[in-house]
Design a protein around this ligand. Structure first.
Ligand SMILES: Cc1cc2nc3c(=O)[nH]c(=O)nc-3n(C[C@H](O)[C@H](O)[C@H](O)COP(=O)(O)OP(=O)(O)OC[C@H]3O[C@@H](n4cnc5c(N)ncnc54)[C@H](O)[C@@H]3O)c2cc1C
Ligand SMILES: *[C@@H]1O[C@H](CO)[C@@H](O)[C@H](O)[C@H]1NC(C)=O
Ligand SMILES: *[C@@H]1O[C@H](CO)[C@@H](O)[C@H](O)[C@H]1NC(C)=O
Ligand SMILES: *[C@@H]1O[C@H](CO)[C@@H](O)[C@H](O)[C@H]1NC(C)=O
Ligand SMILES: *[C@@H]1O[C@H](CO)[C@@H](O)[C@H](O)[C@H]1NC(C)=O
Ligand SMILES: *[C@@H]1O[C@H](CO)[C@@H](O)[C@H](O)[C@H]1NC(C)=O
Ligand SMILES: *[C@@H]1O[C@H](CO)[C@@H](O)[C@H](O)[C@H]1NC(C)=O
Length: 528
């Protein structure tokens, strides 16, 4: 199959760019916005140009990664922080007709800043004001707007019911717009899959400025925005999601093992069992650089974080049977409500009031970071683990997440949604380096490449799979304003595997002139 695709690409080796290669006309763009929104919902209060005193603070408060958060480094013309759906429609229509590029931002957590930077003149369409959440307990459904954060969604669900939850990520400030359209991975994955597995409807503004829902967009576009990333297809206004059932009491723990305490052996055994445990149990392992007694003051500590949909008594039994090496003690376990587990996973100490889940970013970001991902299909031998530790010890601050698969992920077909990484994975790795000093950027980026190279023999290959939500510009990318199909094939096959061709076809059908484009967007190509 791969060869066939490649031949198609050689023939089509062209650069897709906007058919109307007009120079962006900013004045006309702004006039167009005012004209289209004049009556009931004037757009003025949603518009931030560089003349507005709050332009910079509005820009940086939703830039999570300090590497990309300097507005002086971008070609940003205007921020439209939409307050009404008509503002979104007007932005799309006016940007298209005036040759202006847009970046769509909900929570601003894109690892590579692709929701708020561009090397060609652009506007940010910011969704954070559109954040309503309605819960219907009787049908176990919720409707959430794109700008709602996970912390707000979790809080509203818990206010409505103590036994309903949503399968999504662990960081409370993630935006529903980007997070869910990229897959939405979290600690209910083994029991319930990921966010897109529970999306039953969506509202989207398409390239013509029309608001579509599932019925009017059709099943192929609805399939694509569940895992394909919304930003290649349109602007997500809202999702309708199914809520899932959880017990009133959930058990969590954190247990720490350093290399000196046998971390390598315990983690090796973890690789053999973690994807086969009961699906109510999610046991994440986080190898990280930590202060140690020996080895130049540094060691590797592996933090094991667990969530079990049941009591601590039952959890103790399961762990003692399958992973006694962990040495789990009763006092390591905490029983709590599902909402309280979300603060536990966000690394707040047990007992922290859940109001922290509602905090929105007010400050510019404090840290620089870089992330990468991998999928692992057979256990990494201990020699391989030791090589990885050695490379990690070269960093000041780096951690990995080893996130177990199995459970329902083995049962959901890879083409059920656009998110393809399902059966056959033992676990997914996230690599994450964080630094505070701008001068350390080159060193950290270099070390991340070295670590990724070191892991290569032990992870998926042909292609080396990557997770869209863990955006990594190194897996392939295009310049901001154009889409080279051959380059797109490189990142697209890693992010989307067998779903790649279908995504391109859907793109060709709904956005044939490639208005919704960015550095890792899906090109409009009719591929066989
Ligand atoms: C601290 C942290 C923790 C994380 N934890 C997890 C986790 O547990 N699980 C997980 O799966 N991921 C996790 N991620 C990754 C996260 O899911 C992605 O970065 C996700 O894209 C963030 O969505 P956002 O709306 O906040 O980001 P944004 O930066 O606003 O958007 C990300 C992408 O989605 C597009 N987009 C945003 N809104 C819309 C919209 N309304 N319509 C169309 N396209 C849109 C953007 O253009 C961009 O391409 C984490 C990231 C961070 C920084
Ligand atoms: C930005 O400034 C313009 C011009 O002074 C004003 O009309 C607009 O309301 C300001 N925007 C915001 C969000 O305050
Ligand atoms: C951006 O440029 C302005 C004007 O030169 C300057 O005052 C400001 O400090 C700069 N901002 C950053 C974050 O570098
Ligand atoms: C794990 O152990 C390391 C090394 O002792 C320590 O630095 C780190 O803070 C510990 N982490 C947790 C969550 O206990
Ligand atoms: C949740 O956490 C709050 C704040 O610490 C605490 O008061 C409450 O008892 C906890 N509830 C449950 C069920 O865990
Ligand atoms: C997924 O692939 C299978 C087998 O090729 C096919 O029968 C099924 O219709 C596909 N499902 C979707 C949702 O496209
Ligand atoms: C970073 O480098 C610059 C230029 O070399 C230097 O002036 C500055 O002190 C350095 N900052 C830190 C925190 O080391």
């Amino acid at each position: 199959m791969k060869e066939v695709v490649f031949v198609v690409f050689l023939v089509l080796l062209v650069i897709v760019s906007d058919a109307e290669v007009t120079k962006p006309n900013n004045g006309n763009f702004l006039r167009c916005l005012h004209d289209r929104t004049r009556q009931e919902n004037p757009i003025t209060e949603a518009l931030y140009t560089p003349d507005n005193s709050t332009f910079v603070s509005t820009y940086v408060s939703y830039t999570k990664n300090k590497r990309y958060s300097n507005p002086n480094d971008t070609n940003l013309i205007t921020i439209i922080a939409a307050k009404h759906e008509s503002h979104v429609q007007a932005t799309v229509v006016c940007a298209k007709s005036n040759g202006v590029q847009i970046r769509i931002r909900s929570g601003g957590h894109d690892y590579e800043g692709l929701s708020y930077i561009s090397s060609v003149p652009f506007v940010v369409l910011d969704m954070h004001n559109l954040r309503s959440i309605t819960i219907d307990v009787s049908s176990k459904k919720a409707k959430v707007q794109a700008g709602a954060t996970l912390g707000e969604i979790y809080t509203k669900i818990a206010e409505a019911s103590k036994t309903l939850a949503f399968a999504a990520g662990v960081c409370p400030t993630l935006g529903a717009g980007g997070h869910i359209s990229g897959g939405g991975y979290g600690n209910l994955i083994r029991k319930y899959g990921i966010s897109v597995d529970h999306v039953v409807d969506a509202q989207l503004v398409d390239v013509n400025g029309k608001i579509l829902n599932r019925a009017s967009m059709g099943e192929d576009l609805f399939w694509a925005i569940r895992g394909g990333g919304g930003a290649s297809f349109g602007v997500i206004l809202s999702w309708t999601i199914n809520l899932v059932e959880v017990p009133k009491t959930i058990t969590v723990f954190k247990v720490n093992k350093t290399l000196e305490q046998g971390a390598t052996d315990v983690l090796y055994k973890w690789q053999l069992v973690s994807s086969k445990l009961p699906k109510e149990l999610f046991l994440r392992a986080m190898p990280q650089v930590a202060k140690g007694a020996k080895s130049k003051g540094k060691t590797i500590a592996v933090n094991f974080y667990a969530q079990f949909l049941g009591s601590s008594t039952k959890l103790m039994k399961i762990i003692n049977k399958n992973l006694p090496e962990l040495g789990l003690k009763r006092e390591d376990c905490y029983e709590m409500s599902w909402l309280n587990t979300t603060t536990f996973w966000a690394d707040y100490p047990v007992g922290t009031p859940t109001s922290v889940l509602l905090k929105r970013p007010l400050e510019p970001p404090g840290a620089f970071f870089k992330s990468k991902s991998d999928y692992v299909k057979k256990p990494i031998p201990k020699e391989g683990m030791k090589k990885i530790w050695k490379t990690m010890l070269k960093f000041n601050n780096v951690w990995m997440q080893w996130n177990p698969y199995g459970g329902v992920m083995d049962q959901i077909p890879a083409n059920a949604t656009a998110f393809p990484h399902r059966k056959g994975n033992l676990f997914k790795i996230q690599y994450f380096a964080l630094w505070i000093d701008a001068n350390a950027t080159d060193a950290n980026l270099g070390l991340m490449k070295e670590l990724y190279e070191m892991a290569k023999p032990y992870v998926s290959s042909n292609p080396r799979e990557a997770f869209l939500n863990y955006r990594d510009i190194d897996v392939g990318s295009n310049p901001s304003g154009e889409t080279n199909i051959e380059e797109a094939d490189i990142y697209g096959s890693k992010y989307f595997l067998g779903n790649w061709k279908r995504l391109m076809n859907i793109k060709a059908k709904y956005d044939p002139k490639n208005f919704f484009r960015y550095e890792q967007s899906i090109p409009p190509v009719r591929a066989m």
